[in-house]
Design a protein around this ligand. Sequence first.
Ligand SMILES: Cc1ncc(COP(=O)(O)O)c(C=O)c1O
Ligand SMILES: Nc1c(O)cccc1C(=O)C[C@H](N)C(=O)O
Length: 397
Amino acid sequence: MTDFAATKAMFHLPDDATYLDGNSLGPLPKAAPKRLARTMQDEWGEMLITGWNKAGWMGMPTEIGDRIGKLIGAEPGHVVLGDTLSIKVYQALASALEMNPKRRVILSDNGNFPSDLYMAEGLCKTLGSDFELRTVKPEDVENSLSSDVAVLMLTEVDYRTGRLHDMNALTAEAQAHGIITVWDLAHSAGALPVDVAGANADFAVGCTYKYLNSGPGGPAFIYVAPRHVNKVRPALSGWLGHEAPFEFDLSYRPGSGIERMRVGTPPILQLAALEAAMDVWDSANIHDVRAQSIKLCDQFIAGVEASCPELTLASPRDGTARGSQVSFRFENGYAAMQALIVRGVIGDFRAPDIMRFGFTPLYIDEADVARAVDVLTDVTMNRLWDTPEYKMRARVT
Ligand SMILES: Cc1ncc(COP(=O)(O)O)c(C=O)c1O
Ligand SMILES: Nc1c(O)cccc1C(=O)C[C@H](N)C(=O)O
């Protein structure tokens, strides 16, 4: 059983902050500054360019990729880190589309994170006017799996409401229609158990700065199923995805396996921070995290519904149908969130009216939830955002 008091002690949290925004940017793992200092001083400082081999920098994207792979149910050797998530979405989509050359449609839902949709739109424009991004309501995805769809691109957990897609069922259904699947696990990895191999997913991508706590700008990851990985053509054919980067050949030959999804030089300092963050998982079990997250979310929903009648639940009520966040709709949501932040309860706001709160058991406990409910009650019952003091102190986040 995970000792959550022990994992909480592994994070630096500012005094008086109740941090309910780890679903957007995880907090600082206490071990990260030392790990970064070591990488900077002992490795970069002393080894200079030899650090690529001596300090093992070159292997970090796949070594740490494997540690993330364990959390998302990937086969060893099939996850690599690098670039931003938007780039990894593009890469996965481009390869997936080529695997279905007779079809022209990318299907997604209109709750997906805009960057995923923008990348798909941009790729379609590059490929030609017969390519199309089709978006439907999340609940209509299953019925929209038609024979012209090449790729189904979905984010498992909706960033606004926390609604969870059924990855196993939708993957199976899509594949029965000859569709390749690309899953965005940005709001899943480190938040709930994922089993990409068990679900038979074709591609998966995700970021590390949310529930994996790699810090601002931490690299994204990509997974390609073993049955595809040596066949896919990387659209972003950078030198570090080449079979032999240091032969400096003039033409591209894709590397072996997941290595081909690398593009350019890996961000070593960010990877060092991520490595320190991944050490927390040596003391934590993702199934325990999920069970505790559902408990914390349920506690928050019950507390808010009992004392903040103006707020309406925007997340699924059933804990197994949502990710690790709870969202409420409130017409004064933006102002109320600013007032909450002034009081040290940090969540975020997503247009048009969503107050969003992430619950991350690695460092959030029942007392934090109770405090958040108390402060939210005070803010909404007393319309604190309307008082001159709060107007002065509220800052944009
Ligand atoms: C689901 C999802 N996809 C894509 C992104 C974009 O990630 P990045 O800024 O790393 O490209 C985010 C978060 O910003 C996200 O939540
Ligand atoms: N990546 C972010 C950033 O660089 C700045 C501000 C927010 C973010 C986020 O991650 C937003 C996040 N994907 C969301 O779910 O809203």
